[in-house]
Write a protein that binds this ligand. Structure first.
Ligand SMILES: [Mn+2]
Length: 403
């Protein structure tokens, strides 16, 4: 028998109790989990899919799918963009289920008692991957196919398709369930639909710049937005809703990192790669270098903070890529700092090879540049702003491999 539908808020608290119960009694549990970057797309896709799968009227089981946010609870504070989204869905960050709920327990979840459905990635990575990757039973994702999920997933989805946002694919897959559920529509259900739609639409608006980024947006993004907006319009906030307003509200929250310290600004959107004999780490920051300098207090404290961060991560090269749009002009800056001999060769090679391609111009007359024994640092304006981390990180990584 299918479970009877509740609000998102009640769903998440039921899922939390179900998880605690499963841990205590070593009983079966099915997770829906996003990727390790735990961005808006990953977090929202997991909740939306888990909710609709749990309450699917055609479900023959009474499985409660547990949406697991792939980050420790404390790191939710690094996702300020979640706040407006959760608020419109009548949720708080504390309602989400995180890795802390899984690992704070002294009990052990037996591998064979778990099932995992991946959203926004298609290979279970990190610590979880080491333990549970044999238990992945489905995925919905918009990244490149990694052939890690079984081809035949039976009753679970196995979708890997290009789209601006994974949430669009989740909405497409769940459309029949959602429509079926919505046949029973009272006042409560109408509002629950609107709240769910707020979660579903948020990452699509952010990942496609409100469907304006032509390089990223595809048909399924547009269809998902239209479908979700129908539910929002029918809800309590329907009259005051506009996609542009919602997009700006989330975007502004995302860029509001005033309350974060320097270290949190650096680790908020951080990725690292190994190459050759070293590791390169790239921090993407949504404010400019000047903002970080002010945050740290002065140049020395800024450099000390960045150096400590690089040491903590064991990096040969640490890089900071900033974006800003002061006075409506979109700008990028790039700082590259090599901290060992291996890194110095790589960073110098990178500078030589990428100067032209990235349009690198010295930042404030080389104010942050430095060279000393075993270290090398440059800061640039990156005038060819069309190159994001997706382009720059492989260049850095390649230089590390070839140095
Ligand atoms: Mn995504």
């Amino acid at each position: 028998m299918p479970l009877s539908r509740t609000s998102l808020h009640t769903f998440l608290s039921c899922a939390k109790s179900a998880l605690n119960h499963a841990v205590k009694h070593k009983s079966p549990v099915t997770f829906v989990i996003g990727n390790e970057s735990a961005d808006l797309d990953s977090l929202c896709s997991a909740v939306v899919l888990a909710y609709l799968r749990s309450y699917s009227p055609s479900s023959k089981t009474n499985t409660l799918y547990i949406p697991l946010s792939n980050l420790p609870r404390a790191d939710l504070a690094l996702r300020p963009e979640l706040l407006p989204v959760l608020k419109h869905a009548n949720l708080k960050p504390s309602d989400l289920i995180t890795l802390s709920d899984l690992t704070s327990s002294p009990h052990y979840l037996p591998v064979e008692q778990t099932k995992w459905i991946l959203v926004d990635h298609n290979a279970l990575t990190g610590e979880l991957g080491k333990i549970y990757s044999s238990r992945v039973v489905g995925c919905i994702d918009h990244h490149d196919e990694e052939d890690a999920v079984p081809r035949d997933c039976e009753e679970e989805p196995r979708i890997v398709e290009k789209s601006g946002s994974c949430a669009s694919l989740v909405v497409e897959y769940c459309k029949p369930i959602w429509k079926e559920l919505a046949k029973t529509v009272g006042e409560d259900e109408r509002q629950w639909n609107a709240e769910l739609a707020r979660l579903a639409i948020a990452p699509i608006l952010i990942d496609t710049q409100n469907l304006r980024d032509e390089a990223k947006t595809v048909e399924s993004d547009m269809r998902a937005v239209r479908f979700a907006e129908g539910w929002i319009m029918a809800g309590e906030e329907g009259e005051s809703y506009s996609s542009q307003k919602y997009f700006e509200e989330i975007q502004n929250a995302k860029e509001d990192i005033r309350h974060l310290g320097l270290r949190d600004c650096l680790r908020k959107d951080y990725k690292e790669w190994s190459g050759g004999e070293g590791k390169v780490g790239v921090c993407s920051v949504v404010r400019d270098i000047e903002f970080l300098l002010e945050k740290a207090g002065n140049k020395e404290k800024f450099l000390e903070g960045v150096r400590n961060f690089a040491r903590e991560k064991g990096l040969s090269v640490v890089s900071i890529m900033t974006t800003s749009h002061n006075d409506g002009v979109f700008k990028r800056e790039l700082l590259v700092w090599a901290l060992d001999a291996n890194g110095v060769g790589a960073a110098q090679g990178f500078a030589k090879d990428s100067q032209e391609r990235l349009g690198l111009e010295g930042w404030k007359g080389g104010e942050l540049d430095d060279e000393e024994e075993g270290e090398w640092r440059r800061c640039w304006y990156q005038t060819k702003v069309e190159n994001s981390r997706k382009q720059v990180a492989p260049l850095l990584r390649a230089s590390l491999t070839s140095s």
